[in-house]
Design a protein around this ligand. Structure first.
Ligand SMILES: *Cc1c(COP(=O)(O)O)cnc(C)c1O
Length: 404
């Protein structure tokens, strides 16, 4: 992912060439980067060999899930559809964990029927429902209880999940009460304590705080958990000025925690595995001048890539062909959608661009296509995977006929 002879390459392929051959907007993933991310993730935590369940909501492309599965990862899912996609990718049910605050009867029924590894329950009502369904199928179901540790993850407000005002998990008091309830149940086996405090976390301190809360709650519960599911949330540096998460420090804190608690660890990473593998290649339709800035109107919109509109997320944008002529006026990259929030990044200094030029939005592998929609009756983009010398179509471009 670098410039060679002034052309932006994704692995060995120039982004302009992809645009010419496959059209735009197009998502393009790098297999090499994906492989590297998974290997590194395992390395960071190799001392305790965690079970790693890829968070399918971050990217649910079945062909990518198949590649991820080959490295032995399981799946963290939040809906029936995601369970089915994980299964379609060949991921064994004994590596699937199911989270979410609003699992329906149909979803719980399916999960229990297929014997998935773990259901992480998020409320008392859900536990009662799981027990009822388990009883009707005459099964003992393995569950986790998701604790809301009331820890500030110090990330974007809209992707915080572990503070007391967030809908996720149960508070400490309820947690202890539920542990006692499950101890007396014939149909539920309490296997796990789970947490997930938020996403795009770049500072290890919230994780340290979260582990302290876990330590306290586990001691209070007087229960030996076979598994502790620490969720995901590991952030990536979307902007140059951001620092990487210090995995050594997080690993150190977990090892310390494990000295007091003999449990196995589960992780549910999404973004840290897939985020920086994806690029969105887009073409400039028009450039519109105003007194204070130029609008660079590209053919990818918030329906294709929603993070900036939804969370105010910042993503780097790079030209497919580098030139050394710079514009003196601010550039604002926007999409064609009829919404004011349909804008990507702004730059005070950017190289001079022309209509029909190709640009690339970086780090769109996580929460990119999985958050895309048909808003404005726009077909969903093509997805490509570059693997070795091959460019594989891993999802065809949706046709207008499909959606009209
Ligand atoms: C979204 C989510 C994850 C993955 O989060 P990332 O920030 O992508 O690593 C993991 N666990 C649960 C329960 C989630 O909701």
């Amino acid at each position: 992912m670098s410039y060679k002879k002034n052309r932006f390459h994704i692995e060995g392929v120039p982004s302009e060439k992809i645009a010419k051959k496959f059209g735009t907007p197009t998502y393009c993933y790098s297999y090499k980067k994906l492989r590297e991310n998974i290997i590194n993730f395992k390395k960071y935590f190799k001392s305790f060999r965690p079970m790693i369940c890829f968070s399918v909501k971050s990217n649910s492309n079945v062909n990518l899930l198949k590649e991820i599965k080959k490295f032995g990862l399981g799946a963290d899912v939040v809906s029936l559809g995601e369970i089915m996609k994980a299964q379609k990718a060949g991921i064994n049910v004994n590596k699937i964990v199911f989270s979410g605050v609003g699992k329906t009867t149909k979803e719980i029924n399916y999960a229990i029927n297929k014997n998935i590894f773990l259901i992480n329950a998020e409320s008392q009502s859900e536990i009662i429902e799981i027990e009822r369904i388990a009883k009707s199928q005459n099964k003992v179901v393995n569950i986790g209880i998701r604790l809301n540790p009331d820890t500030n993850p110090r990330t974007l407000k809209k992707i915080s999940t572990g503070k007391k005002e967030n809908k996720f998990g149960v508070d400490e008091k309820t947690f202890i009460k539920l542990v006692d309830y499950i101890k007396r149940s014939d149909f539920i086996n309490l296997k796990c304590l789970s947490v997930h405090i938020g996403s795009q976390i770049l500072n290890h301190k919230p994780y340290e705080k979260m582990l302290k809360v876990l330590d306290r709650v586990i001691k209070k519960s007087k229960y030996q958990f076979e598994y502790i599911d620490l969720g995901g949330g590991m952030g990536i540096p979307y902007e140059k000025k951001l620092k990487k998460l210090d995995y050594n420090k997080y690993n150190f804190a977990i090892n310390k925690f494990l000295k007091a608690h003999k449990s196995k660890i589960i992780f549910e990473p999404g973004r840290s595995i897939i985020g920086n593998t994806g690029f969105l290649i887009s073409k400039i339709i028009f450039i519109k001048d105003t007194k204070t800035k130029k609008f660079i109107i590209i053919d990818a919109g918030m329906n294709d890539f929603m993070r900036p509109a939804l969370y105010n997320a910042k993503h780097n944008i790079v030209p497919s062909v580098k030139k050394n002529i710079f514009s003196k006026i601010k550039y604002e990259f926007v999409g064609p959608i009829c919404e004011t929030t349909d804008k990507f990044s702004s730059f005070k200094k950017f190289q001079k661009l022309n209509e029909k030029d190709i640009v690339v939005i970086c780090d769109v592998g996580a929460y990119g296509v999985s958050l895309s929609s048909n808003y404005n009756v726009r077909p969903k983009p093509l997805e490509l995977l570059i693997k070795g010398s091959k460019i594989l179509v891993i999802k065809r471009r949706e046709k207008l006929e499909d959606i009209i």
